[in-house]
Structure formats: C-alpha cells, structure tokens
Write a protein that binds this ligand. Structure first.
Ligand code: S3P
Length: 176
C-alpha cells in the first residue's frame, strides 16, 4: 500500500476543500481526479459527459487511478463522487493509501449543491430527489471502501481536519 491520503464521498461533501486544507497542513501536494482528467482531456467533466458519455468518463477515472498508483506517493488524492462505484476501483483505491469517506446527509449535500451547474448528474428537474436516490445506492459502497468514515454534516472545516489528523496519528504507517 502506498502512503497517500484518499478522500472519497458524494459530490458536495467537501473533498476538494478538505483536501486543500490537508495539503497545507501536512505540506503534501494534492491531486483531484476530476482535475487530472480535465487537464489530460483538455475539456471539462461536463464536456466529457456530453460528448463521450458517462461510460467513457468512468474508464478515464480507472486509468487515472492506475496512473496514480505508478506515480503518486505522500499525496492527498480527492476522487470524483462516482469513482468508488466501480468494483474494479476498490482494490486500486486500497493500493493507493488510506481511504477517508466524508459522509454527509442528503439535506446538507443539497444545500451545498442546489445552485451547482458543473455536475452533469445533477442537471435534472429534481436534484434533491436525485441526490437522495444516488446517495442511497452509494453510501454502502463508500462505507465498504473506506478505512475511516467521518460524518461531516455537523462538523466545521477545522474539526474535520483535526479529526483526520488524529486518525492519521493513530495509523502507524502515516506518522512520520
Ligand atoms: C460525479 C462526481 C463529480 C464528477 C462527475 C461525476 C459523480 O466529482 O466526477 O461530475 O458521479 O458523483 P465530485 O464528487 O468531485 O463533484
């Protein structure tokens, strides 16, 4: 297993902002799988979904993980909300490092996502309903994939960082 910190969770659960915070705190660089794919493809996630379809995007996510296994160590890696849903990706995530699931209620997620236009899966008539349905399918998979589950709905940003810090201290492989 490599020494990366992986953040998984639903869209809007705060993976990117927590990742940036951790990256400052631990002085590790951060990689976001969506950004990685966008840079490689030279188009946005929305464009990839519209032009090539979701399946193609999902293949790009797996390719990204395989590449990160070859190249990333001591980094913070925030992954797209749908990435853990592919069975093949579970072993790859485990191989990459310690996996934190940022778990949030559908209400908290909807509050953060209601005006979002960048997530193709939520550009539907009733995004709140969509969030509930998707989260119901995904939450058990996120939990199965995670080494640590953190409930982030009622926690401040600083509390989340502190909690992750404690978990890392307890994990021998990550205390330097
Ligand atoms: C998706 C989540 C997005 C992005 C794409 C699909 C999903 O990433 O990968 O829009 O299926 O949940 P974030 O979780 O970073 O928003």
């Amino acid at each position: 297993m490599k020494n990366n910190i992986i953040l998984i969770g639903f869209m809007g659960s705060g993976k990117t902002s927590v990742g940036i915070g951790l990256s400052y705190q631990l002085k590790r660089t951060m990689i976001d799988t969506d950004k990685w794919i966008e840079q490689k493809q030279k188009r946005t996630v929305s464009e990839i979904f519209a032009q090539s379809g979701e399946e193609a995007f999902r293949r790009m996510e797996t390719d990204c993980l395989k590449e990160l296994i070859r190249t990333a160590d001591q980094q913070i890696i925030s992954v797209g909300g749908g990435l853990p849903m592919k069975e093949e990706n579970h072993a790859l995530l485990k191989e990459l490092g310690i996996v934190f699931y940022l778990s949030a209620t559908p209400e908290a997620l909807y509050k953060r996502l209601k005006s979002d236009t960048t997530r193709p899966l939520l550009q539907v008539e009733n995004p709140e309903e969509r969030i509930r349905t998707l989260l119901k399918q995904r939450a058990p998979v996120y939990e199965a994939c995670a080494d640590v589950v953190l409930d982030v709905s009622d926690r401040t940003f600083d509390e989340i960082l502190e909690q992750i810090g404690k978990e890392l201290e307890e994990n021998e492989a990550f205390s330097d």
